[in-house]
Design a protein around this ligand. Structure first.
Ligand code: NAD
Length: 357
């Protein structure tokens, strides 16, 4: 096993995504074929917590950019979620369908162990509870492994609850109403989080419009929640109160924002804004944007309630409910300062990190 520290790689410091990251570790294991990068962005609030993404990056610099961006986002997300964890992330370069092996995750686990607890790994795109179980055989610094070992298991239901709390705050702030009865919500992506969000919204009396590239996902929402199915891109232009992006990232951009008729955007997807300027564009159109990493923090909050003694679900849900107040604070400050909510959230996160370091 070899590991190369940041100062051996010019591509990191020169990257536009580099933002005073504390440490970036390149991990290579010839035996298993592991090639991974761990980025620790900021540990002023505690050990860096963030998932491990497995993705077939086209180039090393693409993987570096991704891990630098994702780890910084985790610092912001964890700070605003009021967790005592810093921000970090890791990427394994490879195809999650083809390149996984026990040896690969064991090797990765040993690299995590070498960091002595400065980085705590969890699931992300391309990795699963089973992979975390394998990592766990090499290190204690892992979360989100199988529930039978005292872990919190699938975070999606708690993520959906947090999104629901953020969405309610946005409805109260923009529409001046506390109930959701008859509220029209367009949900894009009815996967793990989208489905659970639909459930909360349906129970609260909202009317749902749904789209997904998988027919079975929308058919289920139609059958269980009376949702109306909308084809593909038509979801952007529906006459609704709220647009909830719960599929992939970068859905809010110069092509889609002009089509929106909703007054509120509040959803689970990570990195919803294609460019930072898109946050300003939403504000200019008087669309209230609930910043993605603020309202989708339920998953990481959930992880933080894993304990040696077992997982504390009630406390995780109570903590997640605070997303409602944090969202209201961001909306209020954005209004007072006449600035986009996305900028205000970033400022607040930086203030919290700065206050500690
Ligand atoms: P998922 O893969 O279970 O669901 C995503 C769904 O979106 C799938 O059903 C997929 O078919 C659909 N989809 C993909 N492209 C689409 C398109 N163009 N139009 C409509 N539907 C499309 O993922 P998930 O766990 O539900 O996560 C959803 C989003 O929330 C992701 O961006 C994820 O990064 C983010 N997120 C998830 C969690 C969590 O706890 N799972 C936590 C934080 C953030």
């Amino acid at each position: 096993m070899t590991s190369v520290k940041t100062n051996d790689s010019g591509a990191v410091f020169a990257s536009p995504a580099f933002d005073r990251h504390e440490e970036v570790i390149f991990c290579a294991d010839a035996k298993s074929g592991l090639r991974a990068i761990i980025a620790i962005h900021d540990t002023s609030l505690g050990p860096a917590l963030g998932g491990c993404r497995m993705w077939p990056y086209d180039s090393e610099s693409e993987a570096i950019t991704d891990v630098l961006r994702l780890s910084r986002a985790m610092s912001y997300k964890n700070a605003l979620a009021q967790l005592s964890t810093g921000g970090g992330k890791s990427v394994i370069i490879g195809d999650s369908e083809r390149d996984k092996s026990e040896a690969l995750f064991h090797a990765f686990g040993r690299f995590v162990e070498n960091l002595g607890g400065r980085y705590i790994v969890a699931e992300d795109v391309g990795t699963t509870v089973a992979d975390m179980n394998q990592i766990r055989s090499q290190t204690r610094h892992v979360m989100g492994f199988s529930a039978r070992h005292g872990s919190s298991g699938d975070p999606s239901p708690v993520t959906a609850y947090g999104v629901f709390c953020g969405l309610r705050a946005a409805v109260e702030f923009r529409l001046g109403r506390a109930d959701l009865e008859g509220l029209r919500v367009a949900v894009q992506g009815i996967g793990h989080v989208g489905y659970q969000l639909c459930k909360y919204l349906h129970e609260a009396g909202a009317k749902l419009l749904v789209s997904d590239i998988h027919g079975a996902a929308v058919a289920r929402a139609e059958a269980e929640f009376g949702a109306r199915i909308v084809a593909g891109e038509d979801i952007y232009s529906q006459d609704v109160d709220v647009f909830a992006p719960c599929a992939l990232g970068a859905e809010l951009n110069s092509r889609t924002i002009p089509r929106l008729r909703a007054q509120i955007v509040a959803g689970a997807a990570n990195n919803q804004l294609e460019r930072a300027e898109d946050g300003a564009e939403l504000a200019a159109r008087n669309i209230l944007y609930a910043p993605d990493y603020v309202i989708n923090a339920g998953g990481v909050i959930n992880l933080s309630y894993e304990r040696e003694s077992g997982y504390e679900r009630d406390r995780a849900m109570a903590h997640t409910a605070r997303i409602y107040e944090i969202s209201l604070e961001i909306f209020g400050r954005a209004k007072r300062e006449g600035r986009p909510t996305s900028d205000i959230a970033d400022d607040m996160a930086r203030e919290m990190l700065g206050a500690k370091s």
